[in-house]
Design a protein around this ligand. Structure first.
Ligand code: MEV
Length: 429
């Protein structure tokens, strides 16, 4: 990888972008051929899910300018919403000046849950399970010798008593399982199911559910960034000038709103997930799992709050941090079946699931900053307007050069509506 900063990438014709990308990443353009729609066939889809009748395309845009842990990285993002790719890329450009994003991860430990019902003496059953801990962990480790060989496997057992539920008290066993570079659902679910009879014998209870938890709070990623105060200053399209201090403080005030209010936090975190999901999808990972984990983690203290934190350092620069669960893999599932996901992982050159997690969190943080900066200054609509106007023009029936022409007219008029687009098209006939 030479640099994730390719001057003029945005303005290149569509066909040339792929060539430039391959060149910058030191790849053959053929390695990225799967990014074209034809790279994923109905036949391939038919091997993935049931009742397939076709495939559904989404835009794949490139997150540019990113440096994560000192490494230049070009980031594929799959998303239908305008402004997300541009916003993240622009923020990554600002963060470059302070050396880029830094990211760290905890061990890739997932939690498998085993629900045990009809236990007569919960305390006694808990004690017995702890006595048999090493035996149960050893049994789990025999189930996946490949994972054990690469350093993964069962790490611990935690016992929880659910004190109050609609069916009263019961016992829950957490199997803590290091899944290394996998997302881990299959390994964990298999281990939970296989251990179930043994657990029933030990506790004298009835094992009910045996399933992974998506609140992967032992598999966390943290991304951090700093934006130099001077780089925050900008002039909006109407010519209004914002100082670095105004933008920095505006972002911190916007974050404080999300920190204190769940109504705002839901939207704030949605902005983070705009960036996160786009990379999760591009790499063939399970974005529902990531969404579920993110929001459950945001409510971990009993009140739903912001996943990110914004502040200032001793020199007055803006600092941001994002911490969230990140159960993504680079082996198994669609990551190794979907040709575009394979190409995406190759393009990013990620060697471990942890490295991918750090990249994803950096994009989430960049995207959060882009949204807060816009909201705290000119508002979100002006940036959205042109791209949104193009979509409205297309929906009204515009094609070819008419798309930009109709969009430009609506933006100039500050009325982006399908009836106006239809009228412009009619007037032109
Ligand atoms: C829109 O998809 C995302 C935002 O609403 C995020 C935010 O409000 O922080 C702009």
């Amino acid at each position: 990888m030479t640099s994730s900063r390719i001057a003029g990438f945005y303005n290149l014709p569509l066909g040339e972008r792929l060539e430039k990308l391959a060149e910058a990443a030191g790849l053959d353009p053929a390695d990225l051929a799967a990014f074209q729609v034809s790279g994923f066939s109905s036949e391939q889809a038919n091997d993935m899910v049931e009742n397939v009748v076709g495939v559904f395309g989404l835009p794949l845009g490139m997150g540019m300018n990113f440096i994560v842990n000192g490494r230049e990285v070009l980031i594929p993002m799959v998303i239908e919403e305008p402004s997300v790719v541009a916003g993240a890329s622009f923020m990554a450009k600002l963060v470059r000046a302070s050396g880029g994003f830094t990211a760290s991860t905890s061990a890739p430990e997932m939690i498998g849950q085993i629900q045990v019902l009809d236990v007569k003496d919960l305390m006694n059953a808990s004690m017995k399970l702890l006595e048999h801990k090493s035996e149960l962990l050893a049994e789990a480790n025999l189930l996946d010798p490949v994972l054990t060989k690469v350093g993964g496997g069962a790490r611990d057992l935690e016992i929880r008593v659910i004190e109050a539920s609609p069916i009263g008290q019961f016992l829950v066993l957490h199997l803590i399982y290091d899944v290394r570079d996998a997302m881990g659902a299959n390994a964990v679910n298999t281990a939970c199911e296989k251990l179930a009879p043994h657990i029933a014998r030990i506790t004298g209870g009835r094992v009910h559910l045996r399933i992974l938890s998506n609140l992967a709070d032992k598999r966390l990623v943290k991304a951090r960034c700093t934006v130099l105060l001077d780089d925050l200053a900008f002039k909006d399209p109407s010519g209004h000038m914002y100082t670095g201090e105004q933008v920095r403080d505006g972002i911190i005030e916007a974050w404080a709103f999300a920190e204190a209010d769940p109504y705002r936090a839901a939207t704030h975190n949605k902005g983070i997930m705009n960036g996160v999901d786009a990379v999760v999808i591009a790499t063939g990972n399970d974005w529902r799992a990531i969404e579920a984990g993110a929001h459950a983690y945001a409510a971990r203290d009993g009140r739903y709050t912001s996943l990110s934190t914004w502040g200032r350092d001793a020199d007055g620069n803006l600092t941001g941090e994002l911490e969230m669960p990140m159960a993504v893999g680079i082996i198994g599932g669609a990551t190794r079946v979907h040709p575009a996901a394979i190409a995406a992982l190759k393009l990013m050159g990620v060697k471990t699931a942890g490295e991918l997690a750090g990249i994803i969190a950096s994009v989430g943080l960049a995207q959060n900053m882009a949204a807060l900066r816009a909201l705290a200054t000119e508002g979100i609509q002006s940036g959205h307007m042109t791209l949104h106007a193009r979509q409205v023009a297309i929906a009204a029936g515009a094609t070819g050069t008419l798309v930009d022409e109709v969009a430009a007219k609506m933006v100039a008029e500050k009325t982006v509506r399908i009836d106006r687009a239809e009228q412009f098209l009619k007037d032109r006939k």
